[in-house]
Design a protein around this ligand. Structure first.
Ligand code: FAD
Length: 212
């Protein structure tokens, strides 16, 4: 069963919780709000699937990787898209292509009170919420299962996230479902704490004496 002894070896991607058919794993926040898996030992059957799926596992499957990366510099042609995105809006160009062909797009958006979570979009209006960097760890609870269900239904899926989230999803899905899957991992030095983000919002609200 998965046990996080060294926090550096877990990015909170939820692959382990998602693969557990017994629902023995829940993602719980530590004192800074970062997500880590917690195993209910009463329910766990010690099948070890959670350990195998972990992208921090030394047997992580890299067989789909290119031997040498192909590198392109990309910038959207529409200046409005660049101005409303974080960088060159490559994400917008690729996701437009997917949406125009009836595919679905996943990315980081917001839920109640600016909490950052991953979401599913089927049109540009929903997708536009994913524009821009949210400098905080996003909550992926239930998302990997949703991606899998979409792929099984025959949708083309574009999933965007940090490199470690992408590695987790890729490992969770295995090779058979990846034909219609496109992965975009953003350049990322690491995600800041969700509780610092939450406390910052509380601080701002105290200063202006109303809800943001
Ligand atoms: C946590 C974090 C760390 C970063 N570190 C670096 C860095 O070290 N060096 C550097 O040059 N750039 C860094 N960036 C910037 C990032 O690489 C750019 O935001 C990205 O390249 C924007 O490309 P775009 O204009 O095509 O995307 P946009 O059109 O602006 O779309 C934003 C994309 O980022 C994704 N995204 C936004 N927030 C999150 C999040 N919290 N978790 C997962 N996915 C998210 C969205 O799903 C979407 O795909 C970081 C961004 C984040 C969120």
């Amino acid at each position: 069963m998965i046990q996080i002894i060294n926090k550096d070896a877990c990015c909170g991607c939820t692959a382990c919780a998602s693969i557990c058919t017994h629902k023995a794993i829940t993602m719980q926040s530590d004192e800074l709000g970062f997500f880590y898996p917690k195993v209910d030992k009463e329910i766990c059957t010690n099948c070890n699937l959670c350990e195998k799926v972990c992208a921090f596992n030394e047997h992580y499957d890299t067989s789909c990787n290119f031997k040498e990366p192909l590198i392109f510099a990309v910038r959207h042609r529409d200046i409005h898209e660049i101005e409303t995105s974080r960088s060159g809006a490559a994400f917008i160009a690729v996701s437009d292509y997917i949406l125009e062909r009836g595919g679905v797009v996943y990315g980081a958006g917001f839920t109640d009170h600016f909490k950052v979570i991953h979401k599913r979009a089927v049109n540009t209006e929903q997708r536009n919420e994913f524009k821009g960097s949210k400098y905080v760890q996003s909550d992926l609870t239930g998302i990997f299962e949703q991606v899998k269900a979409d792929l099984k239904m025959g949708y083309t899926v574009l999933f965007s996230g940090t490199a470690c989230q992408i590695a987790g999803l890729s490992s969770f899905l295995g090779s058979s479902l990846k034909k219609n899957l496109i992965l975009i991992d953003i350049v990322c030095h690491g995600v800041p704490s969700p509780y610092i983000w939450r406390d910052y919002i509380t601080y701002l609200e105290k200063n202006i004496n109303r809800k943001l």
